[in-house]
Design a protein around this ligand. Structure first.
Ligand code: OFO
Length: 172
């Protein structure tokens, strides 16, 4: 059975994951209307993944005797100054989510809730991967600068890039 403190903290994370999904959906839309199909596909996939992260938390809360809250979400940014700007936001958002997960893990230790602590380890690893991937993408975007040809190749290769980044981090 979840304590009220843990239930509240998990519900906060549920909202953050839902907002993450909306943030990436808005980025997918912007990339798609700008004609970058590869970037759009990457962002749609990210958005789906964030929804999965949210659902995993929702089911955990409900199964452990709590009540997962579906709440109002903050509207995401829908336009960006540039692709660099958009990927900077993605990276900053992932570091924010990592901090939030770390705080949540800290609360579970304070509350001696080892079941939730154990459950959250998956999120800890996931954030390491997502932050690394966002950093790799940002490095590439910084190299490209304003070069249109570079952006074209980046759009073509982004999904390949993320697959190989993930492979470098998790050997399985
Ligand atoms: Fe939910 O992993 Fe990114 O934010």
């Amino acid at each position: 059975m979840l304590s009220k403190i843990i239930e509240k903290a998990l519900n906060k994370q549920i909202r953050i994951e839902a907002e993450s999904s909306q943030i990436y959906l808005a980025m997918a839309c912007w990339a798609e209307v700008k004609g970058l199909e590869g970037v759009a596909a990457f962002m749609y996939k990210q958005s789906d993944e964030e929804r999965e992260h949210m659902l995993k938390l929702v089911r955990f809360v409900n199964e452990r005797g709590g009540h997962a809250q579906v709440s109002e979400l903050k509207a995401p940014n829908v336009t960006f100054k540039s692709f660099k700007d958009m990927f900077e936001m993605l990276y900053e958002h992932e570091t924010f989510v990592s901090e939030s997960i770390n705080e949540l893990v800290h609360i579970t230790l304070e509350q001696k809730d080892y079941a939730t602590h154990n459950f959250l380890q998956w999120y800890v690893s996931e954030q390491i991967e997502e932050e690394a991937m966002a950093r790799t993408i940002l490095d590439k975007i910084n190299l490209i600068g304003d070069d249109k040809g570079g952006l074209y190749l980046f759009d073509r290769d982004i999904n390949q890039l993320t697959v190989s980044t993930a492979a470098n981090i998790s050997p399985e």
